[in-house]
Every structure is written in structure tokens, then in C-alpha cells.
Design a protein around this ligand. Structure first.
Ligand code: SAH
Ligand code: SF4
Ligand code: F3S
Length: 466
């Protein structure tokens, strides 16, 4: 056997890119590739790009400039370094990347990364290769599975893609163009993936999709299943402690999902439900297909099914035509909902989207000022949410050792990082933690369940399915 080749992969953007990066590693493992943290000793470098933000492609080109230096240096030492651009910039601007950046050997879109071994072989024999097709076959069915050791190395929490692409066409967004039409994976395939992960010690699964609650995959009964029904099925898999899903669209909140929150203890009470704006005029211009009142109603339905549910959201400030009054409606909505956290972004025109042609751009200084006000409000809400945990006992799923020696870090049901001093054999367990302190983004506490505390021990055993 030849020596292992080294692969360096750098991922940007959403959770789906994180997941795709892992699957690219799995695809290349049978080819003899192992991951390396440094670019300099890599035989293969993959940039897994995101197209959502302003200057996304410029950032890719400047990264490629740095890689050209590393590649030349490798060549001087008689070593070949292949450079791959993957992800959503590859999909949107593949041909231009090939034209502008000779350092790139392979361009591969998000729907084609199962072809990476063949594309790399082609690049070596015939020269540079591009694959940005939207193939009809299921790429997931053609991907090699990760080995148990690889699963364990990634920790006790894992992503599984259940749905990909989007048919919503919000006027600001590139995703429908870079990820293609909405496709749901069959229930049986997802059950296989989740079973394999739990058999290697994974305790928490986050189901991911650009519009995950629009899930409508084929069930074993030949019918189309909803996300709620899928969650029911997955909760029955031995070893599952927690189920999450992201990202949801307010239009696709159906009763089965609400009932899943009410009926399945493993479904965590934390929902990312982006609204983008609180102004109906702007929501219409964004083609969001919901009003602020409909969004508030969706939140109320969740809360009626599970009172302790918390929400996060995405916001865009400075969408074309946004007035002070529109922005005030966004602040008002945030005030009414009360978020546990949120992401907010300045609008940036994305080439090829309808909003990019809209006039009435909001002045950059106005955008900055609105972003600061919105973030300040969200920050205060997040702070209040974390402060409310003080003095309570919450279940924490422990994930890893912390930066301080002896510290173990996990997450509460509401995704708050929680730190305790304990031995690392609690990693992978859900244990009740008494919260004694907090910072803006994290909680600190103690484990009441010392040996001999029968009640706490029994509770821990129940939480862990023992
Ligand atoms: N499918 C999800 C998320 C899509 S992208 C949804 O429907 O909400 C993640 C976030 O990036 C979006 O929610 C939006 O807030 C932000 N975003 C997308 N395009 C943008 C643009 N052109 N300018 C600024 N923010 C944008
Ligand atoms: Fe983009 Fe809208 Fe689809 Fe979300 S729902 S991915 S914001 S087009
Ligand atoms: Fe970015 Fe593509 Fe995800 S544009 S946010 S990597 S779907």
C-alpha cells in the first residue's frame, strides 16, 4: 500500500456544508486520503464554499491566491497538490473559476461530490475537470459510509441531511439556484444512517435541510411522510437521546411537527424559525409568502404544544425599500416573540436573484445603524434567556472536554453550552445540572448526581434509557 495522501478541507457557510465536508472526507477515505489540519503538507485541498454573503466569490479568489503559493512550493519539492473548489460558489460560478484561477484542478457542485474520485483522476490524466450537474440519481445512495472510528472521532452529535434544495425563491436568496429544487430522502435511508451513527455512540442527531420542515420523503409504506412522522420513527432508534432539525420555514409548520414536540421527549424544545423581517410590505417584496401575523401565529402554535419551547431566527436589515417604519416593525416583532438567539445580516445583492435588480438601496450607514440596534436587542434577549437558567436544574448532554482542565462541556435542550467540572466518562450522557453561573453565551453548573444520590442517579439512568 502506498503512504496515505493528505486532505485539507475548509468549509464555509451553513450546516449542510459542514455535513457535506464530512461526506467528502468519507468519499475520499477509500482512495487513501486522511485529513490534515495544515495546508502546507496537503496533497489535496478542498475549499467548500458558500455563496450567501457579500464578496463570497472574492474571498474564494483571495484564498485561491494563497493556495497558488502553497501549490508552487509543493511543486518545488516535487509534490503535486490538487486544489478543488466545492460548494455553492462552485455551483454558481464554476466556469468562471476554471477561467480565472488556473490553480484550480477540479470544480464540483454540491450535487456532484460523490464523483470526486473520478474527477480527481480525470484532472490528473486529461486536465482540469468541472462537474456542476444536478444529477437525477440519488447522490447519497452512491456515497461510501463513514467507518465507526470516523464517526466516533466526530463526537456524539451528528448532522444528517434529510432534505436538500428549495422551491421557495425568496427574492434575495441564491440557495434555490445553488442547491436546486427541493428533494427529500426516503425514510428508510435516513433510518439506516441514524442507526449506523447511534451504533457508534452518537446520541444527538440534527436533521438538516434548507427547508427541513418541508420534508416529504417516501415512507416504508410507499406514502409521503412529514417531518413530524419521521421524528417519531427516529426517536424509536435505540441510543437516540436528542433530535433536532434545522432550518424551518414558517409556511411549512404542520400539525404533525407540533405534535412531535408535544409527544416525543427526544425532540428538543428549540426551533430555528427565520422570519427575515417584521414588515408585511418587506416580507411581500422578499416573496416570503407569510405575513408577520402568520409568523406570530406559527410561534403561538408551537408554544401551545410545548410551553418551554425557545426560538431563534434570521433577520435581514436594509432590504431594498426598507423604511424606518418597516425596521420598527422588525424590532416590534422581536420584542413580541422574545428570542433565545438570532442571526442578523445586512442585505447584500446576490447576482442572479430578483432583489439584485431592485432599486431603492438602503444607504450603508443606515444599514449599519439598523443592524447594531437589532443585534443589541437580540443580545439583550439572549442574555435574559441565559440568566433565566440561573438556579434551575437542566438536562445537559455532555459532548467534550472544555478548555479548562477537568472541565466538561455539553448543551442544554436550548443549545446553551453548559460547563461542569467532572470526569470525562460523562461524555455522551444526559445528566441534570444545577446552574450556578452564566456568561452571555454559556452556563456553568454542578452535577448534583454524585454516587450515592439515589434519586438523581435514577433520574440520570432514566434519561439515558437505562
Ligand atoms: N433556508 C433558510 C436559510 C437560508 S440562508 C431560510 O429559509 O431561512 C441563511 C440566511 O442568510 C437567511 O435566513 C437570510 O437571513 C440570510 N441571507 C440569505 N440571502 C441573503 C442576502 N442576499 N443578503 C443578506 N442576508 C441573506
Ligand atoms: Fe433561501 Fe427563502 Fe429558500 Fe430559505 S426559503 S433557502 S431564504 S429561498
Ligand atoms: Fe451558503 Fe450554500 Fe449553505 S450558499 S448557506 S453553503 S446552501
Amino acid at each position: 500500500m502506498s503512504a496515505p495522501r493528505k486532505l485539507h478541507i475548509k468549509s464555509y457557510g451553513c450546516q449542510m456544508n459542514v455535513y457535506d465536508a464530512q461526506r467528502m472526507v468519507d468519499t475520499l477515505a477509500p482512495e487513501g486520503f486522511v485529513e490534515t489540519a495544515s495546508v502546507d503538507d496537503a496533497d489535496l485541498v478542498i475549499l467548500n464554499t458558500c455563496h450567501i454573503r457579500e464578496k463570497a466569490s472574492e474571498k474564494v479568489y483571495s484564498e485561491l491566491g494563497r493556495l497558488r503559493v502553497a501549490k508552487d512550493e509543493a511543486a518545488r519539492r516535487d509534490r503535486r497538490m490538487d486544489v478543488v473548489v466545492a460548494g455553492c460558489v462552485a455551483q454558481a460560478e464554476g466556469e468562471e473559476i476554471i477561467r480565472r484561477a488556473p490553480v484550480v484542478d477540479v470544480v464540483v457542485g454540491p450535487q456532484s461530490y460523490h464523483n470526486l474520485p473520478q474527477l480527481l483522476a480525470r484532472a490528473r490524466t486529461e486536465g482540469r475537470a468541472l462537474d456542476t450537474e444536478f444529477p437525477v440519481e440519488d447522490k447519497f445512495a452512491r456515497l461510501p459510509q463513514p467507518k465507526p472510528a470516523a464517526i466516533r472521532a466526530r463526537g456524539i452529535s451528528a448532522f444528517v441531511t434529510v432534505q436538500e434544495g428549495c422551491d421557495k425563491f425568496c427574492t434575495f436568496c441564491v440557495v434555490p439556484y445553488t442547491r436546486g429544487a427541493e428533494v427529500s430522502r426516503p425514510v428508510a435511508r435516513i433510518v439506516e444512517d441514524v442507526t449506523r451513527l447511534t451504533e457508534s455512540g452518537v446520541r444527538e442527531i440534527t436533521l438538516i435541510g434548507q427547508n427541513v420542515n418541508a420534508y416529504h420523503g417516501e415512507g416504508p409504506d410507499g406514502r409521503s411522510w412529514t417531518l413530524g412522522r419521521l421524528l417519531h420513527r427516529l426517536a424509536a432508534i435505540p441510543g437516540i437521546a436528542r433530535l433536532r432539525y434545522s432550518t424551518s420555514h414558517p409556511r411549512d409548520v404542520d400539525d404533525s411537527l407540533l405534535e412531535a414536540h408535544r409527544d416525543i421527549p427526544a425532540v428538543m424544545p428549540y426551533v430555528h424559525l427565520p422570519v427575515q423581517s417584521g414588515s408585511d410590505r418587506i416580507l411581500a417584496a422578499m416573496n416570503r409568502r407569510h405575513t408577520a401575523a402568520e409568523y406570530r401565529h406559527a410561534i403561538a402554535r408551537f408554544r401551545a404544544h410545548r410551553a418551554d419551547i425557545a426560538f431563534s431566527s434570521d433577520f435581514i436589515v436594509g432590504f431594498p425599500g426598507e423604511t424606518e417604519e418597516d425596521f420598527a416593525a422588525t424590532l416590534a416583532l422581536v420584542g413580541q416573540i422574545g428570542y433565545a438567539g438570532a442571526y442578523s445580516f445586512k442585505y447584500s445583492p446576490r447576482p442572479g436573484t430578483p432583489a439584485a435588480d431592485m432599486q431603492e438601496m438602503v444607504a450603508p450607514a443606515t444599514m449599519d445603524e439598523r443592524l447594531a440596534r437589532l443585534q443589541d436587542l437580540i443580545d439583550r434577549q439572549q442574555h435574559a434567556f441565559n440568566r433565566a437558567a440561573l438556579g434551575t436544574t437542566v438536562d445537559v448532554l455532555f459532548e467534550r472536554t472544555g478548555r479548562v482542565p477537568g472541565q466538561i462541556v455539553g448543551r442544554t435542550p436550548w443549545l446553551q453550552p453548559a460547563h461542569v467540572m467532572a470526569s470525562d466518562d460523562i461524555i455522551g450522557q444526559v445528566l441534570p445540572v444545577a446552574i450556578t453561573g452564566h456568561e452571555r453565551y454559556s452556563l456553568f453548573g454542578t452535577l448534583p448526581a454524585g454516587p450515592g444520590h439515589a434519586a438523581a442517579g435514577a433520574r440520570a439512568a432514566a434519561l439515558n434509557g437505562g
